[in-house]
Design a protein around this ligand. Structure first.
Ligand code: PLP
Length: 453
């Protein structure tokens, strides 16, 4: 028998487990220890026949799963570019989880539909984008890139008198793709997914920070797609947009900016110089679950050509009940989480000033870390323009050994990478929770561990 909704024991138990998790977050290993990881074996069991007691299921997860989380809502996780979560938004997400809405159609969730429209308005204002820009909500920047480039494909082929929806890609006119070597792997994946093929890209060189080199742009026309980046995943560097976007606009080319974490610089008075000219592009991708610290998963795609996005994405079903604005007309997904709800909550809670301070704080902590580590035997490889710090010791072996030691310390977690052919460590400061004291603690940790490699 399935337990009734009115039996609230299970929700209360979940609440208690979550509160305990929050209370223990500073003491918990930032990455699960080997001992904790052995608990994962407790999940290796056959699916039983009978329905289980709900509290048993929850306890099983809590006891074996909790210690196997990364302490991402704490202040000392610096892996990838993962972002923390603003508590106000986490709590709102909890409530909306209980609502269990399907965000695909307005009629399936009027509240999600309404908040998508509200978020669209606010985001256009925050990023100072053209009035006609349409905004759509997907799982992350990978999907946002896919959505934007599918719209671009439709648009650029339409320019050549070709309807890709009806006629497909076999025999289609060629789209010229221009990108520099350092565009994100998710963009490269999208190029493959869309059937362009990576070999068809005209690859431009990039500079030592991973940026587009001004003056290297080939001639553009109205079949050209230019791929740019606001925030390199290693160095945090920004391409300069103005010259390229202006040339593209004149030629009828399409410029897409992947700004997964970096686009948020535009929301910060002191950092918005980094994204100068971005409003001149055709489409943009950004994550709310990274820099903005909205809960997972929350990606955003914004497009200056609403008609092309709509044509590329819309679907029609006999049983659909369409309204003025339905999410499924603007993204690849149909059924989906009502993620606009907690995105709205994150922005509503922080306000414009709060977002500005959050973004600036991440930058300041990154600078503090770079300063602290430079005093030690560590080279900072990048210009710390945003929240990324790229580091190296004097040999590759020491660099890798230090990464491993830090990862096993339980006190922090950060990843290794290869930058311009050499091993490096990357730190991404992207949680609201990371304090000056956290950074000081990490610098001392580095100091101790350097002595051991
Ligand atoms: C994280 C990231 C992506 C991918 O975003 P997801 O939300 O993980 O899909 C794309 N581009 C850049 C620059 C990123 O940092």
């Amino acid at each position: 028998m399935i337990q009734e909704l009115a039996e609230k024991r299970i929700f209360n138990a979940a609440h208690e487990a979550a509160m305990n998790y929050i209370d223990g977050i500073e003491e918990q290993d930032v990455y699960p220890s080997a001992e904790s990881r052995r608990l994962l074996e407790n999940f290796d069991e056959p699916l039983q026949t009978e329905t289980l007691d709900a509290e048993k299921v929850l306890a099983l997860l809590n006891e074996n799963g909790g210690p196997n989380t990364c302490a991402q809502i704490g202040g000392r996780y610096f892996g990838f570019v993962n972002g923390g979560a603003v508590p106000a938004a986490l709590a709102v997400k909890w409530l909306s989880d209980v609502w269990d809405q399907n965000g695909g159609l307005y009629v399936a969730s009027p509240i999600n539909g309404k908040l998508e429209s509200v978020c669209e308005k606010w985001l256009k204002e925050i990023f100072a984008l053209p009035e006609q820009t349409i905004v759509s909500f997907v799982s992350g920047t990978t999907l946002a890139n896919l959505t934007a480039l599918t719209a671009a494909r439709y648009h650029l082929l339409k320019n050549q008198g070709w309807d890709v929806n009806e006629q497909g890609l076999y025999g289609a006119p060629k789209i010229k793709i221009v990108a520099h070597e350092q565009v994100h792997s998710s963009v490269k994946k999208t190029i493959s997914l869309l059937g362009f093929g990576l070999d068809s890209v005209q690859w431009l060189p990039s500079d030592d920070q991973g940026r587009y080199i001004p003056g290297t742009l080939p001639p553009l026309d109205d079949s050209t797609l230019v791929l740019m980046q606001a925030g390199n995943a290693n160095t945090g560097s920004y391409d300069s947009f103005t010259e390229v976007c202006q040339a593209a606009e004149q030629a009828g080319a399409w410029v897409h900016i992947d700004g997964a974490f970096g686009l948020w610089a535009a929301a910060c008075e002191k950092l918005k110089h980094l994204t100068a000219g971005m409003h001149l592009a055709s489409s943009w991708s950004v994550d709310a679950h990274k820099t903005l610290n909205a809960p997972y998963d929350s990606g955003i795609v914004m497009c200056k050509h609403p008609e092309s996005l709509y044509k590329a994405m819309y679907s029609k079903g006999e049983y659909f009940v369409l309204s003025e604005r339905d999410s499924l007309s603007y993204s690849p997904e149909m059924s989906k989480r009502s993620r606009a709800i907690e995105l709205w909550a994150t922005m509503k809670y922080l306000g414009k000033q709060g977002i500005d301070e959050l973004v600036l704080g991440l930058h300041q902590r990154a600078l503090q870390l770079a300063d602290g580590l430079q005093q030690l035997d560590i080279t900072v490889l990048n210009e710390v323009v945003f929240n990324q710090v790229l580091l190296r010791m004097d040999t590759e072996a020491k660099t890798d050994a230090l990464v491993e030691k830090l990862q096993n310390s339980g006190e922090t977690w950060l990843g290794g990478t290869t930058w311009l052919g050499q091993r490096a460590m990357r730190v991404s400061v992207c949680s609201w929770r990371t304090s000056e004291a956290d950074i000081e603690r990490i610098v001392r940790l580095f100091e101790r561990m350097i002595g051991e490699v």
